[in-house]
Design a protein around this ligand. Structure first.
Ligand SMILES: *Cc1c(COP(=O)(O)O)cnc(C)c1O
Length: 435
């Protein structure tokens, strides 16, 4: 390549990145229920030399030299998360929620064994299913019965099925997680037949840390898996936690070498910062997230949308779904909203067949990220009006986009977290976000 070609390519890479950053960070309203942003201090703690290093194995028992300080930070992050979640054992090395599931599932079962899972259409994560990690491990899935009326697992039928199937383990938790699954009842039945309960709290970890959602370990689950970047506003990554020492030992012996070699060390200082922030602001943040979700769902109903859980008080979490069949289905609605800079995803609703995944009945909405940027109930009511203009009034989305960009200007600073203190600004390695 000629010199000018390199320059052109580099310019192009920078330009694409800048466009993304500006669009998603300053011009869009983000309602994707699985995303969030870190605080300025956590972001600063993320861009460190640790992003280039390796540390296979556990702290103080690494296979490489050079880990004096990464050992220290990993132990500190574990200790902080253990205090925050009020559990004994934390395994922070899975690099994502899916990897955390893989580690736990493979410890509890092998090829040919059976697992019970929440139904896919009712929000089980793909990693729980035969299409994802469970299937890749050769473990068979049997779906727990779902009760559409309570928008939850049918406890009586579920308990019967547990006694009948006698699975190796049961997964609870979901990616459309509006009401807490019945951990205690399912765990009691599971333990009767020698099965373990894995509760995947990827979506609600921040609500658990903020004490507005039950901690499944305190309700009888044997082990919990999670992402660290959904309602918990930390770096992208995974985590496993438990009070069961044998479970912890088994899991932590196998994270490496089964599913992780390098565990992306730069996550750990950012995770530790976020843990401290959640100790201080977690409750206030989590309460506002849930209040916003309910107010937003209610406002959407007032604007003419259909929220299937209206009769149940809409939601107890950050998330809810809208049935947009009358407006042309999930695929069409999600795309029109994207054209107006309102970002969310299409989603299966409990009555959809799995094949409907490309054009399901619903859209899924989460309030956690915009809550971090300072939006409150009345702001979500404004947003519901903008959504009506695009989807129900049929206004040109590119015209509504202009209003969305103006609206977003009020919500650019991250709340419920720390800024970089003045005295630290000089000592940061400067990696500004490309804007
Ligand atoms: C998002 C999600 C995961 C996967 O987490 P990643 O960190 O994206 O791998 C696992 N389980 C549930 C319930 C989820 O919603």
């Amino acid at each position: 390549m000629k010199d000018t070609e390199y320059v052109n390519l580099l310019n192009k890479i920078v330009e694409i990145t800048q466009k993304h950053n500006r669009w998603r960070r300053f011009e869009c309203i983000n309602l994707i229920a699985s995303e969030n942003v870190m605080s300025p201090l956590a972001e600063a703690a993320y861009f460190t030399d640790m992003m280039h290093r390796y540390a296979e194995g556990k702290p103080r028992k690494r296979y490489y030299q050079g880990n004096i300080y990464t050992d220290e930070i990993e132990l500190l992050a574990m200790d902080l998360m253990s205090k925050l979640l009020d559990v004994e054992y934390i395994e922070p090395r899975p690099i994502s929620g899916t990897i955390a599931n893989a580690v736990v599932f493979r410890n509890l079962a092998g090829p040919g064994d059976k697992a019970l899972i929440a139904p896919v259409q009712a929000g089980a994560h793909v990693s729980h299913t035969k299409f994802g990690t469970l299937g890749a491990l050769g473990i068979q899935q049997v779906e727990l019965p779902f009760d559409q009326e309570s928008w939850n697992i049918d406890v009586d039928k579920g308990v019967k099925l547990i006694r009948e199937i006698r699975p190796k383990f049961i997964t609870l938790g979901a990616s459309v997680y509006l009401f807490p699954h019945p951990t205690k009842e399912i765990s009691d039945a599971a333990h009767e037949v020698g099965a373990k309960v894995v509760h995947d709290v990827a979506h609600v970890l921040g609500l658990i840390a903020g004490k507005v959602w039950p901690n499944p370990i305190h309700e009888g689950a044997d082990v919990a898996t999670s992402s660290t970047h959904k309602t918990f506003p930390g770096p992208q990554g995974g985590i496993i936690f438990t009070n069961d020492r044998a479970m912890y030992k088994a899991v932590s012996k196998t994270v490496f070498p089964w599913f992780v070699s390098n565990h992306h060390l730069h996550r750990l200082p950012a995770l530790a910062v976020t843990a401290v922030e959640m100790m201080e602001f977690g409750r206030e943040y989590a309460e506002q997230v849930v209040r916003n979700a309910r107010a937003f769902a209610e406002a959407l109903v007032e604007e003419g949308f259909k929220v299937p859980t209206e009769g149940l008080g809409f939601t107890k979490s950050h998330a809810f779904v809208v049935d947009v069949r009358p407006q042309g289905g999930g695929a069409k609605v999600a795309k029109l909203l994207e054209d107006a800079n309102i970002i969310l995803n299409k989603n299966l609703l409990p009555w959809d067949p799995p094949e409907a995944v490309k054009d399901p009945s619903g859209i899924r909405i989460g309030t956690q990220e915009m809550t971090r940027f300072g939006m409150r109930e009345n702001d979500f009511r404004e947003l519901a009006k903008l959504m009506r203009e695009v989807i129900i009034d049929g206004k040109d989305p590119t015209e509504v986009r202009k209003k969305v960009i103006e609206f977003r200007k009020n919500f650019v600073e991250v709340k419920y977290g720390y800024k970089v203190p003045k005295e630290l600004e000089e000592s940061l390695i400067k990696v500004p976000m490309l804007l």
